[in-house]
Write a protein that binds this ligand. Structure first.
Ligand SMILES: Cc1cc2nc3c(=O)[nH]c(=O)nc-3n(C[C@H](O)[C@H](O)[C@H](O)COP(=O)(O)OP(=O)(O)OC[C@H]3O[C@@H](n4cnc5c(N)ncnc54)[C@H](O)[C@@H]3O)c2cc1C
Length: 122
């Protein structure tokens, strides 16, 4: 398995990320933790030539009781004490996901927006 070349963009605002996505509507993906997208690319599934990495978009970070950023790591949300005491079911659900390593890189946005994990479907 190997990664084919792609063009990488590193926007710092949501506005810039959305604009890049619109400019490359014919072939771009957002990249968060990469735990789902990059293995798919290595298997040559749904390959796109433009990757828009969201790691530098500060607006997508942060946890409060009424807002969770799309780039919050699953492990960080699970460990957040204030959030866990208000929403214990969320932490319980996160602990069921994959492994600690995947949860340390995988984000909330990526978990909600990934393609099905079924290799045959993909
Ligand atoms: C071995 C393994 C086991 C797993 N087991 C489970 C499980 O038991 N239960 C479960 O629920 N999940 C499971 N997963 C899925 C895991 O939760 C996801 O891989 C992870 O949450 C994806 O997050 P990511 O940040 O790495 O996303 P990425 O891989 O970076 O992105 C995934 C998709 O979401 C899109 N995306 C990401 N962020 C955004 C955004 N902010 N806006 C728009 N689109 C976005 C990307 O373009 C891509 O299409 C498993 C994964 C692995 C590798």
């Amino acid at each position: 398995m190997h990664l084919d070349p792609f063009e990488l963009y590193q926007p710092t605002t949501i506005e810039e990320a959305v604009r890049l996505h619109a400019e490359h509507a014919d072939g771009s993906d957002y990249l968060a933790g990469g735990t789902d997208l990059l293995p798919n690319y290595k298997m040559h599934l749904n390959l796109r030539p433009h990757l828009i990495a969201l790691g530098n978009v500060a607006e997508l970070e942060g946890i409060s009781l009424d807002r969770v950023g799309a780039m919050v790591r699953l492990a960080d949300l699970e460990r957040d004490r204030a959030f866990a005491s208000s929403y214990p079911g969320v932490g319980e659900a996160i602990r069921e996901i994959a492994t600690p390593l995947v949860r340390a890189s995988g984000t909330v946005g990526g978990n909600l927006l990934l393609e099905t994990r079924c290799f045959f479907f993909n």
